[in-house]
Design a protein around this ligand. Sequence first.
Ligand code: FAD
Ligand code: NAP
Length: 304
Amino acid sequence: MVDGPEKVARLELNAVITLNNEVSPWLRILQVSPDGWDLPNSVPGQYTTLGLYGCTPRCALGSAESSPPEPTKLIRRAYSIVSSPLVRDFMAFYVSLVPDGVFTPRLFNLKIGDRIWLSQRITGSFTFDHVPADGNVILIANGSGLAPFVSMLSTHLELSTQRRVVLIHGVRHSWDLGYRSTLMAMQHLRPHFTYLPVISRPASEPVPWKGATGHVQDVWVNGTLERACGFRPGPDTHVFLCGSPHMIESMTDVLAREGFVEQTPNKPGQIHVERYWPKKAEPRPAVPAVLVASGEGASLRKSG
Ligand SMILES: Cc1cc2nc3c(=O)[nH]c(=O)nc-3n(C[C@H](O)[C@H](O)[C@H](O)COP(=O)(O)OP(=O)(O)OC[C@H]3O[C@@H](n4cnc5c(N)ncnc54)[C@H](O)[C@@H]3O)c2cc1C
Ligand SMILES: NC(=O)c1ccc[n+]([C@@H]2O[C@H](COP(=O)([O-])OP(=O)(O)OC[C@H]3O[C@@H](n4cnc5c(N)ncnc54)[C@H](OP(=O)(O)O)[C@@H]3O)[C@@H](O)[C@H]2O)c1
């Protein structure tokens, strides 16, 4: 989340919405074009920041705000870049609406031609930089966590590579599977790429769903992944996880049990993660009255 105090009095909204595709009422593909400046270079998997002023109206699906931001405050949030760095005219973003969020209900109100702030700073280490040239890769996303993978696939899926690439995308419903037809076409054209969509609420489907169901970690543990891609990923495979912190925690536990290690700035590993928001701390248990009375509660309360 990027919403620190704004140092510049009023930043210019320096970019324009040039495409606004509704995937579902809660999912948008937005194309943002710089107005009068050139996009900086980026690497697939990196992210940048979008910004809008507090005075931007909220969309109809957004819930009412109890304490709205100052109208002149620039609200900023990080977004993975969906488009390939090979595209120089615009950057695309794939965004989920958080109905009670501050930024997305405003973003979802924008129309083609509306102005937005697009940061010229591109950052992030969620890239193929640490993956050997022919190393197999499994990309795992839930919801809009798909975003960086579309950029990686559009850039790195050369015909010449020996690399096996699998994308597992978990969503609630089949209609939340953004980029599905593009990914199916990629799978048809690139035999070394496997696309494995997973839906968690099949009972709501208008026609019976023939694919995988459950959460992304289910297809890893129940053999669906091996059947779909023809190999069992071992710890020489790099695994990229992107989306909700709950999915990432749960998937990391599954992988750790199989010997995978998380990559950190100081330690090489095969698990690469991009958390879209921090996991909320579990509510602390109330201090039992008996401990407070005996004096132990005082130290418990101090440490908490
Ligand atoms: C590096 C990075 C890249 C990101 N890329 C993307 C992207 O490509 N697409 C995208 O949709 N989001 C992305 N995000 C999340 C994005 O920055 C915002 O947090 C999100 O859009 C919500 O903003 P908001 O102001 O509407 O909600 P806020 O008011 O900031 O958040 C309210 C609360 O909602 C929860 N929340 C946040 N995001 C979600 C979500 N998607 N689903 C459910 N609950 C959520 C959190 O608990 C958060 O504290 C990325 C975040 C990071 C850190
Ligand atoms: N009102 C609606 O109908 C509706 C529809 C779509 C989105 N939205 C809103 O849009 C926002 C973001 O939606 P989103 O598409 O980014 O994400 P999402 O729909 O909340 O989740 C995407 C997928 O992740 C799964 N998931 C949940 N917990 C998991 C875990 N611990 N491990 C692995 N997978 C897990 C979900 O399964 P589950 O089915 O188990 O949750 C779902 O299949 C939310 O604020 C949501 O309220 C609302």
